[in-house]
Design a protein around this ligand. Structure first.
Ligand code: ZN
Length: 289
């Protein structure tokens, strides 16, 4: 058996407890790292729910029922996978799923659907999935997958039990003085323009450095979210002292803003104008309101 990393082990244990204590809910949102790598764990969870024998180890079948085998080989009739059709998951895909599941299972077991990329609903498909989640049927279980739970519409998220297979955000770079100062400037945003020259000269002299520093800032903020949501137990104390004023929503705003603006650096933008615009947006939204 493959050695499980901590987060996979934890997922497996939680899944086992849910099944053993018969606490299966009708909707899960599972945060994954990579679909191909993590789908075996999701299938294991489904086997745990459906297999009558309840004997499990990772990525293996119970070898006593053909349910496990059918799930493993992708041939289980009451398991459907929906993935975006083009950019979005469309309303008609969900309606097709619903009509497919209208009749009771011939196998007399629970039916399960997986939605890949649960962060890619458009307005009408989001409405449809919300309706499913609000009026769940007893024998149907929804498993929504996403690589970033913070991109999932809040109303969908709030109706699912959240499990995670994703690795936590690693801060695998050194947090030097410059980076720490930059974090501080971003959080206490009123200093951004006052100290503009100092920041440009010492911390963000050019595009290349800016790209690196801002992606590190994002990483730190995401890892702080992992800390806030209990995924990791430890967070740098010095950083904690400057970040503790920010709540989740504000952190997400800042991360989204930085990601969007840093992408613009791929184009031939004027660096100073880009930085001015970014600072203005950080001051306008993000931190203290
Ligand atoms: Zn089985």
């Amino acid at each position: 058996m493959k050695e499980l990393t901590n987060n996979k082990k934890q997922f497996f244990e939680i899944a086992q407890k849910l099944v053993n204590f018969n606490k299966i809910s009708h909707a899960y949102l599972i945060e994954i790292g990579d679909y191909d790598q993590d789908i075996p764990y999701v299938l294991d969870f489904i086997k745990m729910i459906l297999c009558p024998n309840k004997k499990f180890s990772f990525n293996s079948n119970c070898s006593e029922c053909n349910i496990c085998e059918l799930i493993q080989s992708g041939n289980y009739p009451d398991l459907m996978i929906v993935e975006p059709d083009g950019q979005w998951i469309k309303k008609n895909q969900l309606l097709a799923l619903q009509s497919e599941y209208q009749n009771k299972s011939l196998l007399g077991n629970k039916r399960i659907y997986i939605i890949k990329n649960a962060d890619r609903f458009n307005a009408s498909s989001a409405n449809t999935i919300l309706k499913f989640l609000e009026e769940p049927e007893d024998d149907i279980i929804a498993i929504l997958l996403t690589t970033n739970r913070y991109h999932v519409i809040e109303t969908i998220l709030s109706r699912c039990q959240i499990l995670t297979l994703a690795n936590t955000e690693d801060v695998d770079f050194e947090i030097d003085d410059n980076l720490f100062q930059l974090m501080k400037f971003i959080v206490q945003k009123d200093q951004l323009f006052i100290c503009y020259n100092e920041i440009v000269e010492n911390i963000l002299p050019d595009k290349g450095v800016a790209k690196e520093k801002f992606s590190q800032v994002s990483s730190i903020l995401l890892s702080y979210l992992d800390f806030l949501s209990g995924k990791v137990d430890f967070f740098d104390e010095q950083l904690l002292s400057i970040l503790s004023n920010l709540d989740m929503d504000k952190i997400l705003d800042i991360v989204a803003l930085i990601e969007e603006e840093v992408r613009k650096l791929e184009y031939n933008v004027n660096y100073k104008l880009w930085l001015d615009a970014l600072f203005a947006k950080l001051i306008g939204g993000g931190c203290n309101d």
